[in-house]
Ligand binder design. Structure first.
Ligand code: C2O
Ligand code: CU
Length: 636
């Protein structure tokens, strides 16, 4: 069973456990002891089931079970043991249960539910605040139940000493629960450390003086043989019709969807003047996957001020990387990119023959309508048999897309603009492209037609002929085990200078100063997630763990990362360099990079609504300072 499935199953069994014990308590209170005995027996089985599940999950990683092992299960086992000790005689005999015994059944239910709530809203890492609040919650609920269960009639014959004993015990429990609750609330306001040095040493004065990121600008001249590529791009609102006539109330670059395709030959100098005509929220351009100097990175409030209405900003960088990339606004990007503030950036190698047919195919969803470029129907392209074809697939959405290529065998020549080493020919394989990611497919045009499907629908037809070649329900190609191995600068066995763990989950956390059911990293939301600090020259490893039930396309700015392993199993194919990798529910990815591009870099989930809901942090080089304050209502 996959870790994601185990996580879901454990949620289900946890809730069931709580329901069984609460039901046992309620039924016992109503005097139906035999039914209560049955429910309690079910409850014991459920607890046993959880112990097994958590043991299996623990094997997948401590991140998945920490709060269960340290808090949820101990609380559950203690209360269930107490309930069993107090009730088993009466349950077996079928006689009525004392109020205390009924309360004990309820207590087991509260503990089970508290464990579930801790997992669901607290998550990893377990904090003292959450621990105390959970204990206080269970204690308070037990106290209330005891109060309700106590004989209402004061004149009823009762053993004096027991009553007195019960009362003082209850008062004690009440004081303890209130104290734990208050401490838990108080601890919730303790500030997180602002820095994570990943096991390395951070500079003595993190906020001190250093190179401002705004001084880290791109090259000023092209490489030998290159030229200058000047572009002016204007951000403005526009109503744009897709090919079907469907009108999009868009935010655009140059009034078109997508923005103008930017192209260069490797070594050229790209100069882009960005103007904001009427985007009230402001705009920037981030060069996704392109390892520009940090001052060109387009992260508002971090590397530059947001470009507000009427303002402009000049970007400049040398096109050193050849491949398929894209650009997009980074200001309120979950809205801006969705509405159209993006475009493609394709850099071709200076010395290589271009393909006969070279298509740039950005897939984007407008108001629920999937389009390639601005075509929301089926693109028709000519290709002669024998022609070399390159399809550049880009996913500019926040969710993954599944592609299929029917009618031909093909090679996955590049991932995220980085060439795959000796890509083997494959056919009848589906390709799952993470949000923000790119795949370049190459093949020689066969005599018959070729069809590209997106999420099962034909979106592109190449070559003539009647009818589409039938796409099938094909297995996914796994890029971790594709292509031929080659020399890599680091492996799982490398001694890394920094190792950062990022555990992704949902949970209660502050996001931009407001409490939220956030998308969290290590239990925190932006901007309270500690900044990762590295030094230039460091070898850095990320372990990214997904505890949640959603996919998180992880994206680090300014660096390609080498995939080392997924779920502890090393990648075996071509060295896989990516800028965006999908961490699916329950997965653990290990990736690494050399810290060779100084700056302050965003490091976030590229499901852009997730980033907006907190799943975003920064990686900063020692000696570099971000934009102080970040003027102009910067919001990523
Ligand atoms: Cu396309 Cu911050 O990213
Ligand atoms: Cu996400």
């Amino acid at each position: 069973m996959s870790t994601g499935q185990l996580v879901v199953l454990d949620h289900v069994v946890a809730v069931l456990t709580g329901a069984l014990w609460l039901a046992a308590g309620a039924v016992a209170a109503a005097g139906r002891t035999r039914v209560a005995a049955g429910l309690a027996a079910g409850g014991v089985l459920a607890v046993a089931g959880r112990l097994v599940l958590v043991a299996v999950l623990a094997d997948r990683g401590w991140w998945f079970v920490q709060e269960k092992v340290l808090l949820g299960l101990p609380l559950l086992v203690v209360t269930v043991a107490a309930a069993a000790a107090l009730t088993w005689r009466s349950l077996l005999r079928g006689g009525p249960l004392s109020p205390g015994a009924v309360t004990a059944l309820f207590a087991a239910g509260y503990a089970a539910l508290a464990g579930f709530v801790v997992t669901y809203v607290g998550g990893y890492p377990l904090t003292w605040s959450v621990t105390l609040l959970a204990v206080a919650g269970v204690g308070g609920a037990v106290l209330l139940t005891a109060q309700v269960m106590a004989p209402a009639d004061d004149t009823a014959p009762a053993d004096e000493t027991t009553t007195v004993g019960m009362l003082s015990r209850r008062r004690l429990l009440g004081i303890a629960a209130a104290g734990a609750g208050a401490a838990g609330v108080g601890l919730a306001f303790v500030r997180a450390p602002s820095i994570d040095a990943g096991g390395g040493v951070a500079a003595a004065d993190p906020s001190g003086h250093g190179t401002p990121v705004t001084d880290l600008r791109g090259a000023t001249t092209p490489a030998a043989g290159g030229t200058v590529r000047p572009y002016t791009v204007t951000a403005r609102t526009a109503t744009v019709a897709l090919t079907s006539g469907h009108e999009v109330d868009a935010w655009t670059f140059d009034g078109r969807l997508p923005g103008p395709p930017l192209t260069a030959v490797q070594g050229d100098l790209v100069e882009v003047r960005l103007r904001n005509e009427d985007i009230d929220d402001g705009v920037t351009i981030h060069w996704h996957g392109y390892d520009v100097a940090c001052g060109e990175d387009g992260a508002p409030g971090t590397t530059q001020d947001v470009v507000s209405r009427g303002a402009e900003f000049g970007y400049r960088f040398r096109a050193d990387q050849a491949g398929t990339f894209w650009y997009h606004t980074h200001q309120v990007s979950h809205t801006g990119v969705r509405r159209g503030l993006y475009g493609t950036l394709v850099v071709t190698p200076r010395d290589a023959e271009p393909a006969d047919v070279d298509l740039v195919l950005p897939v984007h969803t407008y108001d629920g309508v999937v389009a390639i470029g601005d075509d929301d129907g089926v693109l028709e392209e000519a290709a002669e048999p024998g022609a070399s074809v390159r399809l550049r697939l880009l996913n500019t959405d926040s969710e993954p897309h599944r592609f299929g290529l029917a009618g031909t065998a093909f090679r996955l020549a590049a991932v995220d603009g980085r060439d795959v080493h000796e890509p083997g020919e494959v056919s009848e394989r589906a390709l799952r492209l993470p949000a923000g990611g790119r795949y370049d497919l190459v093949f020689t045009m066969p005599s018959g037609p070729v069809a590209l499907t997106v999420d099962g629908e034909v979106r592109l037809r190449l070559g003539g002929g009647d009818g589409d070649p039938a796409p099938g329900d094909w297995p996914e190609l796994d890029p971790l085990h594709y292509g031929a191995p080659a020399e890599v600068p680091f492996t799982l066995d490398t001694r890394f200078d920094r190792h950062f763990s990022m555990v992704l989950d949902r949970g209660a956390a502050m996001v931009d100063g407001r409490p939220a059911f956030a998308q969290t990293v290590n239990g925190r939301g932006h901007p309270s997630i500690p900044e990762q600090v590295v030094a230039e020259g460091d070898l850095v490893r990320f372990t990214v763990v997904n505890r949640s039930l959603e996919t998180h396309p992880w994206h680090l700015h300014g660096h390609g990362v080498l995939v080392l392993a997924r779920d502890g199993r090393a990648a075996t194919g071509s060295p896989l360099w990516v800028d965006t990798f999908d961490v699916r529910p329950g997965e653990v990815w290990d990736v690494a990079f050399a810290a060779d591009n100084p700056g302050v870099w965003m490091n976030h989930c590229h499901n852009l609504p997730h980033a907006d809901q907190g799943m975003m942090l920064q990686l900063r080089y020692d000696g570099v300072t971000g934009l102080a304050g970040g003027h102009g209502h910067a919001r990523h």
